[in-house]
Design a protein around this ligand. Sequence first.
Ligand SMILES: NC(=O)c1ccc[n+]([C@@H]2O[C@H](COP(=O)([O-])OP(=O)(O)OC[C@H]3O[C@@H](n4cnc5c(N)ncnc54)[C@H](O)[C@@H]3O)[C@@H](O)[C@H]2O)c1
Length: 263
Amino acid sequence: MTGTGIGRLAGKVALVTGGGSGIGQASALRFAAEGAAVAVLDLREEAAAETAALIAKQDGQAIALAADVSNAAQVEEAVTRAVTEFGRLDVLYNNAGVDSRGSVAVAEEDNWDLSFAVNAKGTFLCSRAALRHMDPAEGETASIINQGSVAGLVGVPNFAAYCAAKGAVIALTRSMAVDLAPRRVRVNVICPGTVFTPLMEPMLRARGDGDMAAGLAKTLVKYPIGRLGTPEEIANVALFLASDEASFMTGAVVTADGGMTAQ
Ligand SMILES: NC(=O)c1ccc[n+]([C@@H]2O[C@H](COP(=O)([O-])OP(=O)(O)OC[C@H]3O[C@@H](n4cnc5c(N)ncnc54)[C@H](O)[C@@H]3O)[C@@H](O)[C@H]2O)c1
């Protein structure tokens, strides 16, 4: 057991994609604090290394992996490295994602392709690579956690490609849950509402016509809880889904959105 946790992931190995920033970094730190050895994968090598260093500082075990989740060869190599280093793989958090602004009327084809490549295809490629190594014993389960969004559940203005790609991730989660249940691999998807991270800063600024405070005020109208989420609040949900406490959960669409989709 390491850090501040109580060992909810003791003995497990987790791979977190997009682990160099925001929700992925908070989750990697939380998983490690709960006893997991963590492979931190990110497109940006230095960001993955920073998270791994933070984990080492809290006496956790981590390695940093540089890979693009939409590139099959890079994904295979990174997953193999994680398993070579830690000997097994129990948890995959498909968190890496990119946003993509614009309504269908104005959205660029490149943005559509990138949104599907990273958010949807990345989830497929990382899951496929991880499944070659996920082999839970009788009475145990492995856990794949996909990163959806409220944008996959409701129409968020001017986010067409992102909404569509996150919708695909939710549908893929259900399909994977059905296919993988006999292998004792649970697959669930988290749908966060707006969380203040580097990904969301430009969106909030754009929504306020360049004024962050105005963009935030416009956004908060949608949030009964009256504030944005924090990366740590999403990491808590991911931790639960990763742990054996969620042993009867698969195919679940778990919103963590301050009530955004409740109204
Ligand atoms: N922040 C929010 O409000 C919010 C809300 C709902 C869902 N999400 C989802 O949560 C996830 C994380 O978002 P965040 O806000 O923490 O973002 P972030 O930008 O802070 O972090 C995303 C990380 O993913 C990495 N990444 C991007 N493309 C990659 C690729 N092709 N391969 C590997 N790594 C890649 C980035 O380098 C970055 O470190 C995303 O899937 C996002 O869509 C975020």
